[in-house]
Write a protein that binds this ligand. Structure first.
Ligand SMILES: C[S@@+](CC[C@H](N)C(=O)[O-])C[C@H]1O[C@@H](n2cnc3c(N)ncnc32)[C@H](O)[C@@H]1O
Length: 336
């Protein structure tokens, strides 16, 4: 993505100028070099006309704005402390806000909706979040304000992701994790993505790296949306994505091996042996693990590697809270 290289002592002045010209890309962070600074910019022929040195470089995206605090501030006047505590974290997917409204807060629904609309004036739909259900891990949603739809286009890590929340799984909170994986991947890799959903991992990795990804997904709606998403991002992707509609446990055994296998495993499914079997160098295996059982999880991976005649180094990374004392984790497994 484009950036302009400027001398350190000029960086602040140039940044202000770029902001004035609407050419500065505030979503990414600048990077300091020895004597210069790389300032993220929006692609425009104007930059070269202005005499800037434009380079193509990956500057990391800033973390999501701390928007929740603003909502809390607005609601502090309308809700009691106890009521505020009931309001969990909320998500924004495209122009849809997803909130958790426990019974204790039902009587304050209008205040919560109004506050959300102040903080996020672009919203078109607000939904109440239910639970994930079935093999496809689709959530239940109840539309409580706005247009009667659950489809939207979400933007993350420089890609557009079309979702239909009534038919497919999608978790915007994994944005940072997808960026992390994209940075670990090297150009030229062949990657197997199991349980691919609407392809958020595949799109973000292919956005940054010239790789060949084979993605497997069982939910036909997710496969259709995934293929639409590849088209939607066609001119941004450095890598190639091939999608196979089918059951991971039937399709994968028939495939060859890959440099890297990624398994955003659905809750309650065990695909560890399969993932390890098909990987030559790396596996990223997601699971839900109690804080007392991290060592046990690591041992299980090492034993499974041994069973397959492989040696491995395992690092368990906490990704998010799942419920008290239980975390969603990613095992980064290096095969040696
Ligand atoms: C936890 S979601 C992850 C989806 C996607 N990777 C993401 O992060 O948005 C798990 C996905 O696996 C799919 N799935 C469940 N069982 C499957 C199976 N046996 N074979 C292929 N896909 C499956 C579900 O439909 C769902 O899209």
């Amino acid at each position: 993505m484009p950036a302009v290289r400027v001398q350190k002592h000029e960086a602040e002045k140039v940044k202000n100028l770029l902001k004035k010209l609407n050419l500065y890309d505030g979503k990414r962070r600048p990077r300091r070099e020895e004597t210069t600074v790389l300032l993220p910019v929006i692609s425009s022929p104007e930059l070269r006309k202005l005499g800037f040195e434009v380079v193509d470089v990956e500057l990391p995206f800033r973390p999501e704005r701390q928007i929740y605090k603003n909502l809390e501030d607005i609601l502090a006047e309308k809700l009691t402390r106890e009521e505020l505590a009931y309001l969990g974290r909320y998500d924004i997917i495209g122009d849809i806000a997803i909130v958790q409204i426990p019974e204790e807060l039902e009587h304050k629904l209008e205040e919560i909706i109004n506050a959300l609309l102040i903080v996020h004036p672009f919203l078109k739909v607000i939904v109440k979040r239910g639970f994930h259900k079935g093999d496809f891990r689709v959530r239940d949603y109840e539309i409580i304000w706005g247009e009667r739809r659950l489809t939207t286009i979400h933007k993350e890590n420089g890609v557009k992701i079309k979702v239909d929340l009534g038919r497919v799984f999608f978790n915007p909170r994994m944005k940072g994790e997808r960026y992390r994986l994209a940075q670990l991947v090297q150009d030229g890799e062949r990657i197997l993505l199991m349980f691919a959903g609407v392809l958020p991992y595949a799109l973000v990795i292919a956005r940054f790296k010239n790789v060949e990804i084979t993605a497997i997904e069982l939910n036909e709606d997710a496969v259709k949306l995934g293929l639409e998403n590849v088209e939607l991002n066609r001119n941004k992707l450095k890598g190639k994505i091939k999608v196979i509609h089918g059951d991971v446990f039937e399709v994968v055994p028939k495939l060859g091996t890959f440099d890297r296998v990624i398994s955003p495993t659905p809750k309650g499914v065990d695909a560890l042996g399969l993932a390890l079997n098909k990987a030559e160098k790396w596996v990223h295996y997601y699971d839900f693990v109690h804080e007392d059982k991290f060592d046990e999880f690591k041992r299980r991976i090492e034993e499974e590697c041994q069973r397959l005649g492989k040696r491995c180094e395992v690092r368990i990374k906490k990704i998010s809270d799942y419920k008290p004392h239980v975390y969603k984790v990613c095992a980064d497994i290096r095969l040696i």
